[in-house]
Design a protein around this ligand. Structure first.
Ligand code: ADP
Ligand code: MG
Length: 717
């Protein structure tokens, strides 16, 4: 023993080969039992587990540790260093209990291992004194601390030496906890669940695939994920489980692409008459990036296979005009186009801008939203059905059942992250019927979330990608500052100066939900206060979600036309709003918004030639919010911010599974698991090539898992 302890610290040998064992019989039914089927889990504990998530044993097995503490490092006591995380084995020499001045109980043990002694201390657990008698051999794991100049362990994990090491001497899983569920109880439960059930989980990966890719079996991966024997085993377990997620993701995405490729579309070929007039009439020329993307789109639209294109461009990069160019091309070919935006304000802005550009070319543009009056609506529906309206702009009102088009050949979705996969599909269904065949419109979806290319391809593998990687000329970096509430007056002064020079300003109040009346009231009250006390000599406008559509439109119109200097708003103007003369945006309660959202808000300024400013006001922010605000101050680059956002929030939240129609990934990181992602992509393609319908018996489980995985994203087709 002493000899062993005298050795230099060595981590546990990294052998991570999966032991050969005959597989246990899968028991999918047993696994779907509620957690109470586990010994030691009663109604109470089940409720507590439910609060974290798992309802069934199967789900419990997929409740992975948040992190691990590494206690594999064993050391003799004489070699301990301050601050390190270690495990020691020794004999208890003495145990005593005392009280502090504030009547806290403290249990202290002196532990000796033949090389030295160390003190271990536990607070407020007086019963430990009985469990730790002198003479007991114990294992202690924890961080080496200092107390009065001596090395100590404060509240270390411990267990008697002879027990199977559950808490100490290993890589210890740290689970998410909830009130009434202690770390050790949780580990005990998990160990039981893993021991009794991990082997019963049916492995959807055919064994041949698994061998070829050198992946652990699912059972072994689950075991090692919870109770890893080494770092290498943990890495491989994670790899196998991440592969499962990315593989299912890829299968879903690729299946969708295969389905879409079966549709036909109207090939749009015609002399580009109006298109050329349109270009010539623009007040600016297209940037090289815009030109390139327009060419890509126009080429796609000449095909009889529907275009499926994702256009990415940071806020302000000029996506609208690209959409307009595509829509005009469709009209040249005698077809109709539709442009769907996530808010009425944005739809109205597109309508105003595009009508002005396109009506002189003889193109008939209409606006259809939820607040279009019934009479007008009837006229528009008739015009869309008989083809006299060439371009329909609107909100999701466009995809409602009564809307039919005579010959819809191009559908554009703006700010696609606000729409789900279903809405994309619904718009697609608005294409014409030719004989027996449903014809799909060409589809262009636009997004300001500039996610990395590899990521975009894996998530939207069903779409081709175009990127606007160039800003229109003359743009300047928006200067961003974070101020405390006490410094708000500085922001107001700044607005006074900017508006005196003829520029315009936004002041944003935090609104969590567009329909949240409390926030609307906050905006109204602030609007009154600002009008009275702060900017009596400026013209103020107000827009929030509680206004009627025509009131909103009126306020936006006035602001866009320079009829007001300062627009007080809630988050209804978060996306898309384009008033190039505005140069300053003040965001109150900035800590309440996410990074992507703040970047969107900031994108309301810096859209013209003038230097622009963004002022974030926040007080008492959390550490996490502080990181967001600092990131925003540091860069204007939406690409960099998106990566940062992904890191801070993880892809699940980043893409908001409900909204994006993407399933939630628990383990896999779309940013970091690049190799696994590649592997998943290749395997998915190979699988579909061999067995397009997943009909082979060895793919039956995979097919089930695929349905289940995508079901949670609200998309099954
Ligand atoms: P976003 O990509 O955020 O949707 P917009 O399409 O709203 O951006 O364009 C932002 C602003 O840039 C608009 O005022 C638009 O008129 C202007 N713009 C677009 N393209 C160009 C260009 N090539 N040259 C100059 N200004 C442009
Ligand atoms: Mg836009």
């Amino acid at each position: 023993m002493d000899e062993e302890l005298d050795e230099e610290p060595a981590s546990v040998q990294e052998t991570a080969l999966e032991p050969e064992r005959p597989p246990a019989a899968p028991d999918p039914l047993g696994l779907t039992q509620p957690v109470t089927a586990l010994k030691g889990v009663g109604q109470k504990i089940a409720e507590r587990l439910n609060r974290i998530g798992p309802q069934t044993i199967w789900e419990l097995l997929y409740l992975f540790p948040r992190r691990y503490d590494d206690y594999t490092l064993m050391k003799p006591i004489s070699k301990l260093n301050y601050g390190e995380q270690v495990t020691v084995i020794g004999t208890i020499w003495q145990t005593r209990t005392r009280k502090t001045r504030i009547n806290q109980s403290i249990v202290e043990c002196i532990v000796n291992d033949g090389t030295g002694t160390v003190q271990a201390t536990w607070f407020n657990q007086p019963w430990l004194a009985d469990q730790l008698p002198a003479g007991l051999q114990i294992v202690l794991s924890g961080k080496v601390d200092l107390f009065l100049g001596r090395l100590v362990f404060n509240s270390p994990e411990w267990e008697p030496l002879e027990l199977e090491p559950l808490r100490t001497r290993r890589i210890v899983p740290i689970y998410p906890l909830t009130e009434g569920l202690t770390a050790s109880k949780m580990r005990e439960l998990m160990q039981r669940a893993v021991r009794e059930w991990a082997e019963r989980v049916p492995d959807p990966l055919p064994i041949e695939t698994r061998r070829r890719l050198h992946l652990y079996s699912l059972a072994y991966a689950l075991q090692q994920m919870h109770f890893p024997e080494s770092h290498e085993a943990l890495r491989q377990a994670r790899q196998r489980l991440a592969f499962d997620e990315l593989f299912l993701l890829q299968l879903g995405v690729q299946r969708q692409r295969r389905e879409w490729l079966q549709y036909t579309a109207l090939p749009l070929v015609a002399p580009p008459e109006r298109y050329e007039t349109f270009l010539a009439a623009l007040p600016f020329s297209l940037t090289a990036a815009q030109q390139r993307v327009v060419d890509e789109i126009r080429a796609d639209m000449t095909q009889s296979r529907p275009m499926n294109r994702l256009l990415q461009g940071d806020v302000g990069s000029g996506k609208t005009i690209v959409a307009a160019a595509a829509m005009v091309s469709a009209v040249d070919a005698g077809a109709q186009s539709a442009l769907m935006a996530p808010t009425e304000i944005l739809a109205e802005q597109h309508y105003r801008g595009l009508r002005q550009l396109l009506e002189p070319l003889g193109i008939h543009v209409s606006l259809l939203t939820g607040s279009t009056p019934a009479a007008e609506r009837a006229v528009i529906l008739a015009g869309l059905a008989d083809g006299s309206i060439h371009i329909a702009i609107g909100t999701h009102a466009l995809i409602q059942p009564p809307v039919t088009f005579q010959r819809l050949a191009l559908a554009v979705i703006d700010e696609q992250h606000r729409f789900g996969v279903d809405q994309r599909a619904a718009l697609r269904q608005k294409g014409p019927q030719v004989g027996e065949d449903a014809i799909s419109p060409h589809l262009l979806v636009m997004s300001a979330t500039p996610i990395p290319r590899t990521l975009a391809l894996s998530l939207y593998g069903d779409l081709d990608l175009s990127v606007l990687d160039e800003m229109p000329p003359g743009r300047q970096e928006i200067k961003t500052r974070w101020l405390r509430a006490s410094e708000r007056e500085r922001a107001y002064n700044f607005i006074r100066r900017q508006t005196a020079e003829g520029r315009q300003a936004y002041i944003i109040y935090p609104l969590v939900e567009e329909s949240d009346s409390i926030d609307a009231r906050a905006a109204v009250e602030e609007f009154e206060r600002l009008s009275r006390e702060v900017f009596p000599d400026r013209r103020l406008g107000l827009v929030h979600g509680r206004l009627r559509a025509n009131e909103k439109d009126e306020a936006m119109r006035a602001f866009a036309a320079g009829g007001s200097d300062v627009l007080v708003a809630t988050s209804v103007i978060e996306v898309g709003v384009d008033v190039p003369n505005s140069t300053i945006i003040v965001i109150e309660g900035a800590d309440r918004f996410g990074l992507a959202q703040l970047h969107q808000f900031r994108g309301r300024v810096g859209r013209g030639e003038h230097q622009s400013y963004c002022i974030l006001i926040a007080e008492d922010v959390s550490a996490e919010a502080e990181q967001r605000l600092a990131a925003l101050e540091a860069t204007n680059d939406g690409f960099v911010l998106a990566e940062r956002d992904l890191e801070l929030r993880g892809p699940g939240e980043f893409f908001g599974s409900r909204q994006s129609g993407l399933p939630e990934l628990r383990l896999a990181s779309l940013l970091h698991d690049v190799e696994v992602l590649d592997m998943a992509q290749r395997e998915a393609a190979a699988l579909f090539a061999a067995d397009p319908q997943l009909e082979w018996p060895e793919h039956a489980l995979l097919r089930d898992r695929l349905e289940a995985f995508w079901q949670q994203a609200g998309d099954v087709s």
